[in-house]
Design a protein around this ligand. Sequence first.
Ligand code: C5P
Length: 303
Amino acid sequence: MHALNKPSRHYRSFAKINLHLQVDARWEDGYHQLRTIFQTVSLHDRLRLRQSDRPGLRLTVPGGGAPAGEANLAYRAAAAVLARWAPEMGLDIELRKSIPAGGGLGGGSSNAATVLLALADMLEISSDDVELVMIARGLGADVPYFLVGGTALGEGRGDDIVPLQELAEQEVVLVDPGVSVSTAEIFAALPRPERRLLPASVARAVDGGETAGIAEMAGSNDLESVVFEKAPEVLAVYTALRIAGATFVRVSGSGGTVFACFAKPQRAAQVESYLPRAARVFVARTLSRSAVNRQRLVVESES
Ligand code: C5P
């Protein structure tokens, strides 16, 4: 078969939110010891992988929104897998972004993990292969979570993952304030952390207890006040969502995305009318681990 006719595989690469994010300590290397609760949401980017007879690795981002080539974490993920398991393989990757970059939704990390899982599938490597997980850790603190998905606890740098009982699926409104926030800058500006107990609702979930919805499960986010200080646009969105009647509002990770729950289903335009002009609204749903695994590979007839 000619290279151009090789079949491609098409994947969804889902975003995450942090329902709780607690910073327990700062280490010598500048990294922080965390306990965070991750949750997958339905907002996703799309990745197309095609094996090629032309040697080497190529990554394009036709609609923009992320760097092409080596500067992209997904490229580095693919390069690491090919170097270890298939040095002769040629591969073309096309990435179409919908997840705002630099938004605390883990878009880049999700793309990298999706490439790892896609290649693991192609090359018949187990998704919990120790070397694959090591590659994920080396790419960034959020990447190992995306190998697992659903509701999960992240400890250590956020990369020791413990899957938790799933939250009931529910609507969540994500708002990108239109500012990119640097994770490194937010962590650097954080006051010296102190180790505390987990909030009771989070501790119950971690101990295997029943989890209900986002509002019952979410504790707090230690990065939130620093994000508000560095990026007042995020605070403006947070306040506007409260005024719009949200029952729960929180910054995801190091921001700037803010997520909110409402008592009734929302339409994006309805929420937008309360927000600053630069803000973008995504009405999404939380996804369980099994839903993520079912929906990752796109069946072409439904794309
Ligand atoms: O690992 P990743 O590249 O995603 O982290 C981005 C930055 O966030 C790090 O360079 C570090 O400054 C900060 N960080 C941290 N502690 C963590 C995770 C990230 O200080 N546990």
